[in-house]
Design a binder for this molecule. Structure first.
Ligand code: NDP
Length: 446
């Protein structure tokens, strides 16, 4: 089988030679699903995998804007419309200096399988720009978002492509993007998710990715007659996903001991309780400060410049920052220190060698495309509410989110069980793949 995978990957690499993250994401899926493809000649004849790795459409565009000093700035904008077999393109926008075509293609590819797992009718896409909102004034962010949307608006729509937030795109950015879309399209419609509550947003959407990653971890632990209650948890990042992961862990009775950002990690051996978490939320969301400030505020805590949280002993780890933030050494350190559950809030946070360490150690390892699917699933619920002109209660949305995470877990178990062990990587990839592959066959060669 590995020869077939290598031959397939050689072609993908030759065609997309400068996109290592895309190769990594494709290889992981292809390794899981190639046995299914080989066993089903209909998938081979229809060249399903070859079609899946080719985006349906790639948009790349200039984003010129004027900064507060009156200087003209130019960024590059993207939207990858990857696969619309089971529904309109859906996936976030990332604003970060590291953004390039390969990173967005990896994210869009992952999104296709993730969205398939949510049980909702949504295809996969991703977009963004190499713009850094850090250090920019609100007015600069607004001018950038308006320029970005001035091009993007003609390609998206509530039944075509529905972007959302991701790294660097939170409520503020969604607001500016939505305002410009509404002005240009001259219609008020659910074209973006993650909107404010007063203008079409859904309760629980901000919380959904973090809550979902914790629900998924709890499901994984339940299969081992265990729970997060009383467990020590490490969390990386300090943005949207990290904050609500911590909130749900605390609610269930776990202990959160770390947070981080791209500069370093804070460790609080006594545990980050709800009051401290509220302070972090204010620091990151209102004052847009750095996580190191935590140690000035709370005594008995440590800051480790340039470090990620994985050297801290824990039972459960929640990577919630960015791709490839757990390398092979971090994975070994986690396992050696007794960590037996990893639930990925971030997208592809573990390197392939790190994933091998987790699978070899047979820990409960939930890959991002399953564990963090709660975010996009709740975006799907926001779309449903917009389409029906309804507003569901917090309990209703949270209940549906919880139900979807349980169903994703069930599908992973169905397709990933190997004796007593559950390979969630295989389970998520195969379950996501079959639904899209069968739909693509039903819809013909398009
Ligand atoms: P935010 O922008 O709110 O927060 C990102 C956090 O990660 C920040 O603390 C940031 O630190 C840190 N970070 C970003 N880049 C790096 C890096 N290169 N090295 C170390 N730390 C870094 O983003 P989200 O919380 O929304 O997203 C986090 C992850 O979750 C991403 O992988 C995203 O794709 C994924 N995700 C998000 C969903 C959502 O609903 N928001 C849905 C599904 C997945 P700093 O402030 O220093 O940049």
């Amino acid at each position: 089988m590995s020869k077939v995978v290598d031959a397939f990957m050689a072609d993908v690499i030759a065609k997309n030679s400068t996109e290592p993250e895309f190769h990594q994401a494709v290889r992981e899926v292809v390794e899981s699903v190639m046995p299914v493809v080989e066993a089903n000649p209909v998938y081979k004849q229809a060249k399903i995998l070859e079609r899946m790795v080719e985006p349906e459409r790639v948009l790349m565009f200039r984003v010129p804007w004027v900064d507060d000093k009156g200087q003209v700035q130019v960024n590059r904008g993207f939207r990858i419309e990857m696969n619309s077999a089971i529904g309109p393109y859906k996936g976030g926008l990332r604003f970060h200096p590291s953004v390039n075509l390969g990173i967005l293609k990896f994210l869009a590819f992952e999104q296709v399988f993730k969205n398939s797992l949510t049980t909702l009718p949504i295809g996969g896409g991703k977009g963004g720009a190499d713009f850094d909102p850090k250090g920019k004034s609100d007015m600069e962010v607004m001018r950038f978002c308006q320029s970005f949307m001035s091009e993007l608006f003609r390609h998206i729509g509530p039944n075509t492509d529905i972007p959302a937030g991701d790294i660097g795109v939170g409520g503020r950015e969604i607001g500016y993007l939505f305002g410009q879309y509404k002005k240009l399209a001259n219609e008020f419609t659910g074209v973006l998710t993650g909107k404010g509550l007063d203008w079409g947003g859904s309760l629980i959407r901000p919380e959904a990715t973090g809550y979902g990653a914790v629900y998924f971890a709890e499901e994984m632990l339940n299969t081992r007659n265990d729970s997060i209650k009383g467990k020590t948890c490490t969390v990386s990042g300090s943005g949207n996903v990290a904050q609500y992961t911590a909130e749900k862990v605390l609610e269930i009775g776990g202990k959160v001991v770390t947070f981080s950002d791209s500069n370093g990690t804070i460790v609080d051996p006594g545990g980050i309780d709800s009051e401290k978490l509220a302070w972090i939320m204010e620091l990151k969301n209102e004052r847009r400060g750095r996580i190191r400030e935590y140690t000035d505020k709370f005594k008995g805590t440590e800051y480790h410049e340039g470090k990620r949280p994985w050297f801290i002993k824990c039972d459960v780890a929640f990577p919630s920052a960015t791709q490839n933030e757990i390398d092979v050494n971090d994975a070994k350190t986690l396992v050696d220190n007794g960590c037996y559950c990893v639930s990925e809030g971030a997208n592809m946070p573990t390197s392939p060698e790190g994933v091998e360490v987790f699978l070899a150690a047979k820990i409960a390892y939930g890959p991002g495309k399953a564990a963090n699917a709660g975010g996009v699933a709740t975006s799907g619920l926001e779309m449903s509410q917009n389409a029906m002109h309804l507003h569901w209660s917090r309990e209703e949305v949270d209940g549906r989110l919880h139900g979807i995470m349980k169903e994703i877990h069930r599908m992973c178990v169905e397709h990933g069980r190997d004796g007593d062990f559950i390979d969630y990587v295989k389970g998520a990839n195969v379950a996501g793949f079959i639904k899209i592959a069968d739909t693509m066959i039903a819809q013909g060669v398009v």
